[in-house]
Design a protein around this ligand. Structure first.
Ligand SMILES: *Cc1c(COP(=O)(O)O)cnc(C)c1O
Length: 363
């Protein structure tokens, strides 16, 4: 099937989805094969939807090698609701949660947790405008903390953890919204990980939460039913009406990931894509990367130009050339190229050529 012209979408989120997924969704949207109704019209308690959500979970489990003592939940309210839901479930009165703040999202997560209980900010790299990661050996961690929270990839600053740190026996909670399934991961290192789907997993409207069994059921009885993880574990994410269409699309993305070599192949491809861009950024000094070299994100590549005027010109001309969404977040300035799983390698080559051309013309 040939499609309408698609431009190169560098948006940070909602981000690009695989074309195969969009085309299949389009083909099957009016009537799911063998069902005769749209996924948006069927009961979430129907056999058809049970199969859709069940298969989606099974594919997530096999892609990420999720151990049996973890639950896979499909929730709503975005990653931003998790900023509150995590402490509401896991931060008991009298306990302390440690937060490693390496960017704008981690800052928000810590702020929400402070509304619930005692928070110790174990590190905060805001002094350097979140361009580097803290020395993990020099964190001020709380002995016996309820959990330690960090953000594996800071979408706005383009700073990514290259390892999956653990902190002794303290449960690790991680916001992986913008790099979930961009490379292999070891779920056993986490107590709970969460991701809003709209960066790398699917469309907006569903939040993936993977939580270890022993952390479920710890919330106070007074907690609202919808905010208690135990509710969604017990009801298999069907306590209330789930975002059926979004879950269906996440399911198609998981099938696409499997068909394209799984997380290992994704990781290699993402590494290669990002390396091409960073090599161009470093080539002459005309462009300057925001993130320190050791923690440059493979998902969100942030860079500056010599002047804000040139940055404005770059963004404008890029858009005119069909390279959309490159303007960086105002807190960092400059450019941000979000190159999630679905972003084609050839599109990165196009951006590199555009950068070289732009430098030649103006540098
Ligand atoms: C986008 C993003 C969020 C917020 O996600 P919502 O689903 O919009 O609430 C949180 N954390 C990170 C790392 C993000 O990239």
């Amino acid at each position: 099937m040939s499609t309408v012209n698609r431009i190169l979408n560098f948006s940070a989120g909602p981000g690009i989805l695989p074309l195969d997924v969009l085309e299949q969704a389009q083909r099957d949207f009016v009537a799911l094969p063998g069902v005769g109704m749209s996924v948006s019209e069927i009961s979430h308690r129907s056999k058809t939807f049970e199969a859709i959500i069940g298969e989606c979970e099974a594919d997530i489990r096999s892609l990420a090698g999720i151990p049996a003592n973890y639950h896979v939940l499909f929730l709503q309210g975005g990653a931003s609701t998790q900023f509150a839901q995590v402490p509401l479930n896991l931060l008991a009165p009298g306990a302390t949660a440690d937060y490693i703040v390496t960017g704008a999202w981690g800052e928000k997560a810590a702020k929400e947790a402070k509304k619930v209980g005692t928070v110790n900010v174990a590190a905060n790299t805001s002094a350097g405008n979140f361009s580097d990661l803290p020395d993990l050996g020099a964190l001020s961690l709380t002995p016996g903390a309820a959990y330690v929270h960090y953000t594996s990839n800071e979408t706005i600053q383009g700073v990514e953890f290259k390892s999956e740190p653990t902190f002794g026996d303290t449960p690790v909670v991680c916001d992986t919204s913008s790099n979930m399934f961009s490379k292999p991961l070891d779920i056993s290192k986490y107590a709970l990980i969460y991701a809003g789907a709209q960066k790398n997993l699917g469309p907006a409207g569903v939040t993936l939460v993977i939580v270890r069994d022993d952390l479920v059921g710890k919330a106070p009885a007074s907690l609202a039913t919808m905010l208690n993880y135990a509710t969604h574990v017990k009801e298999k994410s069907l306590y209330n009406t789930p975002p059926c269409l979004a879950i269906y699309l996440v399911g198609l993305v998981m099938k696409w990931l499997k068909a394209n070599g799984g997380l290992a192949a994704m990781g290699e491809r993402n590494e290669r894509k990002a390396a091409k861009l960073y090599a161009e950024i470093d080539r002459t000094g005309f462009f300057r990367g925001h993130a320190a070299r050791g923690c440059r994100s493979n998902m969100n590549v942030t860079f500056r130009l010599p002047t804000e005027e040139l940055e404005g010109k770059f963004a404008k001309e890029a858009t005119a050339a069909g390279l959309d969404g490159l303007k960086g977040h105002r807190s960092v300035g400059g450019m941000r190229a979000s190159i999630y799983n679905a972003f084609p390698e050839a599109g990165v080559d196009t951006l590199v050529s555009f950068m070289q051309e732009f430098e030649k013309m103006t540098g």
